[in-house]
Design a protein around this ligand. Sequence first.
Ligand SMILES: Cc1ncc(COP(=O)(O)O)c(C=O)c1O
Length: 402
Amino acid sequence: MTNPPPNHHADFEHLIDREHTDCVKYDARAARFGRADVIPLWVADMDFAAPNCVRHALAARVAHPIYGYSIYPEAFFSAIIDWQLARHGWQVSREAIVPLPGIVPALNLLIRALTQPGDGVLVQTPVYPPIHQLPLNHACVLLENALIQTPKGAVIDWPDFEEKIAQARVFVLCSPHNPVGRVWQRDELSRMADLCARHNVIILVDEVHADLVFTPHRHTPFASVMAAKNTRCITLNAPSKTFNIAGLNTAYALVEHPALRDQLTHALQAAGLTSGHCFGITALIAAYQQGALWLDQLRVVLQYNRDFVVDYINQNDFGIRVVRPEASFLLWLDCRALMAKKNLPHDDALADFFIQQAGLGLNPGLSFGAPGTGFMRLNIGCPLSVLKTALTQLNQAINADS
Ligand SMILES: Cc1ncc(COP(=O)(O)O)c(C=O)c1O
């Protein structure tokens, strides 16, 4: 293999035509929104090309014409260990790593393996819909610790957390949090870890947005705050959000606790999910070994997009309020005043307004749980020009006579 081209010419400006590539974000618009022409600002992938190092490694792998079953080579494990240490200061052991076909499948397998029907599963709402759905999928009791929305960002309702954690068997923590964009601080994580240890609750931590944290914030791996606390914890992560390679279905768990790791490994075997994706493995290794520079550029672009959209929305009299997220490419729009202003009586009418009046495809807040009522989630992982057009359309829709 020749040396990959450098990443420092990455193009985050020009829109790549993704139509007719069978991608969810574009090609599912008619089915999802009833219109194929909305600007797609919904499902959480980005409209940016994956880093050159990844594309080059994949091209080399594709050039070999046999795509049979893959092993997970040692480079897969060492790439993860080196990445976690370099980016997050977290020393992970080789034995702790369990390859996965995805985070959502693993969360479902784990809830099935670790609970009995009727057990309590605690989540912090609003939350990524497949996490919110977990208790329902496995006949467990949904325990919701609704986050408190403040003008500075969402905070944890601690008395409520203490009450709910006492009833839980498993706590699913999203860190950083999708959709509210919080990067949990060490003291918050530590307090959650203490309470879980006290009540013997197992914690599943989804850290898939951890690489996309904006300065001055810093991601703290949950497992690193609870090392001495005798807490049972499984961390889930992937290069999928970071490098825009979600379609390659490759993720991993980090589990230092041997018995919990055995339960996960057994659950994967029992579901027939131990085989790796030959392109996903190649992509993970290339991304983690060579993608750091590209990622640092991406974070600058996302931070610029975030500030542009947040400032534009908050400075206009839209009836929409949005808190600057501390991580990732998802904005959580509080549209409750807009609903009053435009006489939109319920969430369906709000979603319909975005689709029909503004020509925009966003995620409706209610799919993230009851506290999402009156909110919409907007994806800023695309060229700024797309966001400018979207904001112009939104402005026109809001200011049109209705
Ligand atoms: C918090 C969170 N977890 C998991 C995923 C998806 O994980 P996977 O594609 O590995 O199942 C997403 C995608 O949006 C996410 O936001």
